[in-house]
Ligand binder design. Structure first.
Ligand SMILES: [Zn+2]
Length: 446
């Protein structure tokens, strides 16, 4: 055995021995979570990056671990995916699952697991394990058991972060049928968004708008279901009003890809409240109960990102010894959902005259009022459930997500997808999607 090999073996041994105390499936305080993330970053320095997107009210960094083979760098036609957990500080299962998942993926990448390698080679994967570390610390340190049901849910200013995003549903509700319902954050900015935003919300909003995320999930606890947009009803009804988004079938496909890969989410009788009857383990958000100002719909209505909300179990802060069970139940679902970032249609959009990227152009699906804007590199990622579609590109860049606010009357910028004459449509069949390599490539010159 050569000296180099001995040194390598020793370093691996030290790594594993050191890692053991952190990488156990248990509750991690903020300090321990930070050490855990640093350790994963150290084990996979070439395939990970640890960064902060801002600070909580009490000054804790909102830490994100990025996994993949090009950390920190956009690569053409490589989509960005994210998982966010612990937005409600007392809902802790998702946080521990993301720590474990990050470690698992890093180790499996090194061990030559081809499925994990393929996913990490083709995707920029971002995990924010704790969006509300102040609430988490409060819940963790509550001195008695059982902890009160909502203790630590809000941030340190007592604000529920999942009610603190701009209420873009209210804006979308006012848009006439068939007119565009995407990138509404531009409208909010034009209208002067004076609502007080919490620092955690502000940091995540900027993060969502800065990166070209395609798919995301927000991990909660308190029930067992995959929840999809819209989250808020237009008629003010608090429960039981199914508020369809233009991408209803795609969202149902995405939510089912989680629930059916989960050990029991899609089975009958799993809801925590006997009165709830979730079909196939999924629900439209507003049909369950209306949430204005939530993060899920902000993603969909402000950016190109499709987000769903996952409720991972009845117990918000379960006993430590049950955490491995949660991992067993969710592991395949977490990986399966992540792979769906590669579904639908993607490609490049180029200016026919100059050959430059047609940044800000809008990719349109006939009969669907939700546009996807082209990135500054000229790419687009259009998630779609399997089926036949007609797809085109419009030059209406007025809603481009590059924060360039066009000083025009808002009504004038609405664009009618049904009567658009700017678009030439092409037929595309989207097949059943099994992950990387399944997106249909369709390029445009305009
Ligand atoms: Zn929650």
């Amino acid at each position: 055995m050569g000296r180099g090999i001995i040194v390598l073996c020793l370093s691996l041994f030290v790594e594993l021995a050191m890692g053991q105390s952190y990488l156990d499936m248990r509750h991690h305080s903020y300090r321990e979570m930070k050490e855990y993330l640093q350790l994963v970053n150290n084990i996979c320095p070439e395939q990970s990056r640890l960064y902060s997107i801002g600070k909580s009210v009490q000054g804790r960094d909102l830490l994100v671990l990025e996994l993949g083979t090009s950390p920190g760098q956009d690569q053409l036609l490589k989509p960005n995916f994210k998982y966010v957990a612990n937005m409600h500080g007392n809902e802790v299962v998702g946080k521990e699952l993301l720590l474990w998942l990050a470690h698992y993926m890093c180790q499996e990448y090194r061990n030559g697991n081809e499925e994990i390698q393929l996913l990490m080679n083709t995707t920029r994967i971002h995990f924010l394990p704790s969006m509300n570390p102040d609430g988490y610390e409060a819940a963790l340190n509550y001195p008695r058991e059982p902890k009160p049901y909502t203790y630590g849910r809000a941030n340190a200013n007592g604000q529920d972060l999942n009610r603190n995003f701009p209420d873009l549903d209210a804006t979308a509700c006012q848009i006439p049928n068939g007119q565009r319902t995407d990138h509404l954050s531009v409208l909010t900015k034009r209208a002067g968004d004076n609502e007080e935003r919490q620092p955690e919300t502000e940091a995540v909003m900027n993060w969502i708008l800065r990166h070209k995320f395609v798919l995301s999930a927000n991990l909660h606890g308190g029930d067992l279901v995959a929840n999809y947009p819209y989250d808020a009803s237009c008629n003010g009804q608090e429960m039981g009003h199914y508020q369809k988004s233009p991408d209803d079938s795609t969202f149902r496909y995405l939510a089912s890809s989680y629930s059916t890969a989960h050990a029991r989410m899609s089975k009958k009788g799993q809801a925590c409240d006997a009165g709830e009857k979730f079909k196939n383990g999924i629900t439209n958000g507003a049909d369950w109960y209306s949430v204005p100002g939530g993060m899920q719909d902000f993603n969909y209505l402000a950016s190109n990102c499709f987000e769903i909300t996952l409720e991972l179990g009845c117990d918000k802060f379960p006993k430590e010894e049950t955490l491995p069970q949660y991992w067993q139940e969710n592991k395949n679902a977490l990986l399966n959902f992540m792979s769906k970032v590669h579904c639908g249609i993607h490609g490049l959009v180029i200016d026919a005259q100059t050959g430059a990227p047609a940044s800000g152009a809008v990719v349109v699906v006939k009969g669907n009022s939700h546009g996807i804007t082209v990135t500054k590199n000229g790419e687009y990622f259009r998630l779609l459930a399997p089926g036949d579609y007609e797809i085109g590109v419009s030059l209406d860049s007025n809603f481009a997500d590059d924060q360039e606010l066009v000083d025009k009357n808002i009504q004038e910028t609405f664009w009618d997808s049904a009567n658009s004459t700017k678009c030439k449509f092409f037929s595309v069949t989207v097949p059943e999607c099994k992950g990387p390599g399944y997106a249909v490539r369709k390029d445009f010159k305009i």
